[in-house]
Design a protein around this ligand. Structure first.
Ligand code: GLA
Length: 778
């Protein structure tokens, strides 16, 4: 709800309030963002009381008010040259230089905001406030836009700049939002990483100075995700005040947090000003991408849940949000590019037996693509590998009750390809120096209309010709060699994104029934912009379960489980060469859109049985996992084990996950406190049954066998293919209050001294899932 009380604007969501006002000189002052506060007629209480300026301040207009200095007030927008020495949110170069003084002109409230034409936007009805400001002298108009998503506790903002002068002006920086706040001993939580180690949490206490989280790779990047949080010191997953921010944009972005000399925090996010500029001719306008922000007074989990709900209800394509994410078998880690039609068929056959639902044919199915040096760009099928073409393999898949999905990397080209031979001028590179490549490939210049049209028609052509229900859209390198071509170099990065959004919009529109998975060497482009077109995103090329606990935990701070694409992969991780049992691989991967990505013919009969049980468990609880509220309780990096929970919106059921790190000697009895349930309801609590591979116990098996075996010998290997040791049993009936207050004590862990059906033998990287179901209200 948007309210205007005199010159104060009050934006209310279900649980939060945002207040700013027009100052006597027409500047906009930020005054409050936090828990919901009730309406009153007079907002004098929230004014920043500055009745004498700090020494050495520049006074805005000393004839009218000797105390008014922009440096000390909290500002909604900051420009250059009128006494605010913190980082400006807008920098525009005019004939006069960089001076800009934005003065309030008026506002409009629209009952329903209008989605942006060329940038990803949320959908649904939401009230919008447009504040118009104009430079005191030049005819440059800046509009600050606030869209209030009451239901999901999110405020969405962006900035529009319109040049009404009769000269060209150049935008050098435009933040989508700025927020100035008093510092509450904030810590910044951001997500950094690289290939295979995306979404690592960086937590740093703010100190005076400027902290910049940004990407310069051309996409939102695995280096620094656009999402970040500011939490009060000591705030935890479920306690304390926390603000979270994100940007609906997939290109170079920046998030700036400046702790100034006046103990204030300035927060900005938007397109990265790095190598950016945009010239506006008279009457042209520039629209920034949308930024989103939310507030939680109950720790970071609640802020994450607000963003998850916002993404589910407003960002993901409306047609896809109620659809279950399918259970996938992907052939990448099973075969890489070295496959034959019969190998794929055997994988499909086995997938059907296990209960999987979708076969996704990954890279290597087209052109000269036998390794990553050639073929990219040529989407004609490789008949040597697939003699019956896409038609043959997709039909076979369908015959085996699996839908068919296909991998593309449409934004890229190898020099060794028919596409490059025909259009060498379509790639991003300089005309006067040799290009630098990434994964032997070049980036197509999506700012060019003809390239956009080519991609739209070539992808659509394939989608229209075969029964394709799923597209994995990859993008495997950072952009380099940007130079002036059809546009000034400062515009290329942004125009690339506009081109990509145009392509995706067109392809989405024509294929609303297809599930789209985004990918960029894993999570190199995991952002809100992409989620407007892609229903899910491949989280990381690192499929090692232990690593994934941390990666998925990072991404889940910002993005809902249903968007995290996770696969169970081979027993020995190809990335870490670490062996982890299949149950832990499943227990981690099932917190998202689940798939398998391995040679399914390697399973022993005992493993096959376990995998079938996993798939059945996932199908039974898919709705809970994909649509429930996700809570993190303990973090694998700061505790010996991680604890996660997903709770249905109606609190009737939940899953608790326990992931062990390295096994410790003499583990203590654990009482754990769950969250999100109903205090006075009665629940059943039961461990998902798992079995132990007898080899886990090494030579100790000789204590129970009537004959002696070599713990690494042929005999034990043969027996273990068929015989397993049952895991512990554990089940209770107890109240929500008992579950949430630490009254539940889990079975004792393995102590090295005995074993029976009450012992929880986890070992290194062992894990358990517990299913919790409401059975009654007390
Ligand atoms: C990227 C993806 C992988 C796979 C390969 C294919 O690395 O992240 O999942 O699709 O490309 O080349």
């Amino acid at each position: 709800m948007i309210k205007v009380i005199e010159k104060v604007f009050k934006l209310d969501t279900k649980n939060s309030t945002y207040v700013f006002r027009v100052s006597p000189f027409g500047h906009l002052f930020s005054e409050y963002y936090g828990d919901y506060i009730s309406d009153v007629d007079n907002f004098d209480f929230s004014k920043e009381k500055i009745v004498c300026p700090a020494g050495s301040s520049v006074i805005y207009d000393d004839e009218k008010d000797g105390n008014y200095t922009l440096d000390q007030y909290s500002l909604e927008v900051a420009t250059v040259g009128k006494g605010d020495y913190k980082t400006p949110s807008i920098i525009i170069k005019t004939k006069e230089g960089y001076l800009l003084d934005l003065i309030y002109q008026g506002y409009e409230i629209h009952p329903n905001f209008k989605p942006l034409d060329n940038l990803p936007s949320p959908h649904g009805d939401m009230e919008e406030l447009v504040i118009s400001l104009k430079d005191k002298v030049l005819d440059i108009v800046v509009q600050l836009i606030y869209i209030v998503d009451e239901e999901n506790d999110v405020i969405i903002r962006n900035t529009r700049i319109i040049n009404h002068t009769d000269e060209k002006i150049t935008i050098e920086k435009v933040a989508s939002m700025q927020l100035d706040m008093v510092n509450h001993d904030f810590e910044m939580v951001s997500l950094y990483g690289g290939w295979g180690f995306e979404a690592q949490k960086a937590i740093a206490k703010l100190v005076p100075g400027i902290y910049m989280n940004d990407s310069k790779t051309g996409s939102s990047s695995n280096r620094h995700n656009p999402f970040f949080m500011l939490k009060e010191k000591d705030a935890s997953y479920s306690y304390g005040r926390c603000y979270a921010f994100n940007l609906m944009y997939s290109g170079n972005h920046f998030e700036l947090v400046e702790l100034s000399s006046f103990h204030k925090v300035r927060i900005q996010t938007g397109i990265n000003p790095f190598c950016f500029s945009s010239a506006l001719a008279p009457n042209e306008e520039f629209i920034s991408p949308l930024a989103v922000m939310t507030y939680s007074s109950k720790g970071t989990n609640l802020a994450s849940i607000h963003f998850h709900d916002f993404i589910k209800n407003r960002v993901i394509r409306p047609g896809s949000v109620n659809k279950d994410r399918p259970l996938v078998i992907n052939n990448w880690e099973a075969t890489y590019m070295k496959f034959t039609e019969s190998k794929l068929k055997s994988i499909i056959k086995q997938a059907q037996k296990l209960g999987l639902e979708m076969f996704v044919l990954d890279d290597g199915w087209f052109g000269r693509r036998n390794d990553d040096t050639k073929g990219l760009g040529d989407y004609n099928v490789n008949k040597k590998k697939l003699p019956h073409g896409l038609k043959g393999i997709s039909r076979y898949s369908n015959k085996k009750d699996l839908s068919f999905g296909l991998w593309f990397e449409p934004e890229m080209v190898n020099m060794d390809s028919a596409l490059y031979e025909a259009h060498p001028d379509w790639v991003i590179c300089s005309s006067i120096r040799p290009p630098s490549k990434g994964r032997h490939q070049m980036v197509l210049d999506l700012s060019k209309r003809e390239v956009q049209e080519y991609i739209i028609s070539s992808v659509n052509n394939i989608l229209d010709s075969y029964p394709i229900s799923y597209v994995k859209w990859d993008m495997n390198r950072h952009i380099s060699d940007v130079s002036t071509s059809s546009y000034e170099a400062g515009e290329i990065y942004h125009r690339y994104m506009l081109g990509l959004y145009h392509i995706l919009e067109k392809i989405n529109l024509m294929h609303s029934d297809i599930t789209f998975e985004g990918c960029s060497s894993g999570g190199n482009r995991f952002d809100l912009g992409m989620l407007a077109y892609f229903d899910q995103i491949w989280t990381s090329d690192d499929t090692d379960a232990y690593e994934r606990i941390n990666i998925q935990s990072g991404y889940a701070l910002a993005y809902p489980l249903r968007c995290l694409s996770n696969h169970v992969s081979a027993y020995k991780s190809h990335q870490l060469l670490r062996s982890i049992n299949f149950d832990t691989k499943f227990n981690v991967a099932c917190f998202g859109a689940l798939g398998y990505e391995m040679d399914l013919s390697t399973f022993t009969p005992a493993e096959e049985k376990a995998i079938k049980a996993q798939i059945a468990f996932y199908k039974e609880h898919r709705d809970l996992i994909q649509n429930g509220d996700f809570y993190q309780l303990k973090d694998i990096k700061t505790s010996p084990y991680a604890l996660w929970m997903v709770v249905s919106k109606d609190k009737k059921e939940a899953i608790l996950a326990y992931f062990n790190g390295l096994q410790i000697m003499n583990p203590s009895i654990e009482d754990i406190c769950l969250v999100g349930l109903e205090n006075d309801a009665l629940y059943s609590f039961e461990v998902r049954s798992q079995v132990h591979d007898i080899k886990e116990f090494g030579g100790l098996v000789n204590m129970i066998l009537p004959f002696h075996v070599n713990e690494r010998g042929f005999l034990i290997n043969t027996i273990s293919k068929h015989k397993t040791i049952p895991g512990e049993k554990e089940s209770y009936i107890l109240s929500g209050s008992a579950l949430m207050n630490g009254a539940l004590k889990l079975n004792q862990q393995w102590m090295g001294t005995g074993f029976n059906d009450q012992v929880r033998a986890l070992g290194d990287f062992g894990s358990r899932l517990y299913y919790i179901r409401q059975i009654d209200k007390q």
